[in-house]
Write a protein of this length. Structure first.
Length: 350
């Protein structure tokens, strides 16, 4: 019986759940797990004495591993991925950081390098790409995603449900999208729009990272591909005030400290997703849409459920032998039919 060894680096609110799920996974054979394989799972972070800033640590942790799942802060991901590439270890992460993903794309290795798993980027790219592939020609692919508190009671109508530094990067870094057949960058928190989903009045604006590589993949095949983050009305005005008027965008560490000290975290959250694809099908101009409201379970927040499910659906496919090519692998290039068979995809498809 073959043994697959997987290291989970970073045991925060995502990594800790990934480790627990993989422990269940190895005992029950759920998803696409090949019954001829068994798993050994190893979890590491500061909570058990592992310092990823020590350059000697990561190579030792990956020695003898078949795969590594990096749920660390984005600043560690490049070195973890580089080490995985050098040691021929399959690599998965949940990063939104655009520059980290570009560096991973350039790595020459026989190991699969699969960044940007999870919700957005991640499963939304797989879903949007699959929808668009059914069209004869595609005009627009529009993705809207929000991880929100259910009952915010402050002026900016927001509480933290995930990474502070991830949110700041999303609000401060450039956004890539396809417009009029050209790949462009756009300022974050721009192009605001109003929308109504599940009876809620909402707003959306451009943010960095959530689109992954989808816009690049549709160059020459679609006119418009874009991504926006969903918030309650009024939120983005406060964020522009902090980022631009108070110059917090020039000092991300101070921005992070301010948020960490002043904005409470909540577990009563929700994740809302809307995907719209417009184009020609059977000679007619049509729009098809996907919308999903993900609520917390009895043990997981909505963002944990959405992120972990998206990540482990991809890991499922790898365990079943469905990711065979070495080097950089985009989310939208993954086989939807295989992803859909994973028990973890049911959060998005059931």
């Amino acid at each position: 019986m073959a043994v697959k060894k997987i290291a989970v680096l970073g045991l925060g609110h995502i990594g800790s759940i990934v480790q627990l799920e993989l422990e269940k996974y190895k005992n029950s054979g759920v998803g696409l797990l090949d019954p001829n394989n068994t798993l050994e799972v190893f979890g590491y972070d500061l909570s058990n004495g592992v310092d990823f800033s020590d350059p000697k640590v990561v190579p030792a942790l990956l020695d003898g591993m078949d795969a590594v799942i990096a749920t660390t802060p984005y600043m560690f991901n490049h070195y973890i991925a580089k080490t995985a590439a050098e040691q021929n270890v399959a690599y998965f992460d949940v990063t939104e950081d655009v520059e980290t993903t570009k560096l991973i794309e350039e790595m020459d290795t026989e190991a699969p390098m699969v960044p940007q798993c999870g919700l957005a980027p991640g499963m939304v790219s797989i879903l949007a790409n699959t929808m668009a592939d059914t069209f004869d020609s595609v005009d627009k692919i529009e993705i809207r995603v929000g991880a929100l508190p259910q009952a915010p009671n402050n002026h900016m109508r927001y509480n933290f449900t995930w990474s502070t530094i991830g949110l700041i990067n999303e609000y401060c870094n450039e956004c890539y999208e396809l417009e009029d057949d050209s790949l462009i960058t756009r300022a974050p928190l721009s192009n605001p729009e109003k929308l109504i989903l599940n009876g809620m009045d909402l707003e959306a604006a451009t943010t960095s990272g959530g689109i992954g590589t989808l816009a690049e993949s549709w160059v020459g095949s679609a006119r418009t591909v874009n991504y926006k983050t969903i918030r309650y009305p009024g939120h983005f005005q406060y964020m522009r005030f902090l980022r631009d008027d108070l110059k917090m965008g020039d000092n991300k560490e101070l921005f992070r400290t301010l948020f960490d000290n002043a904005v409470p975290r909540v577990s009563n959250d929700l994740v809302i997703i809307a995907i719209y694809v417009t184009g020609i099908k059977d000679g007619k101009l049509v729009q098809e849409s996907y919308d999903r409201l993900i609520m917390p379970s009895s043990v997981l927040t909505a963002i944990q459920l959405a992120t972990v499910s998206g990540l482990l659906a991809v890991v499922d496919v790898w365990l079943a032998g469905g990711i065979n090519l070495g080097g950089f692998t985009t989310q939208e290039s993954l086989n939807y039919d295989q992803i859909a068979k994973s028990i973890y995809s049911k959060v998005y498809l059931a």
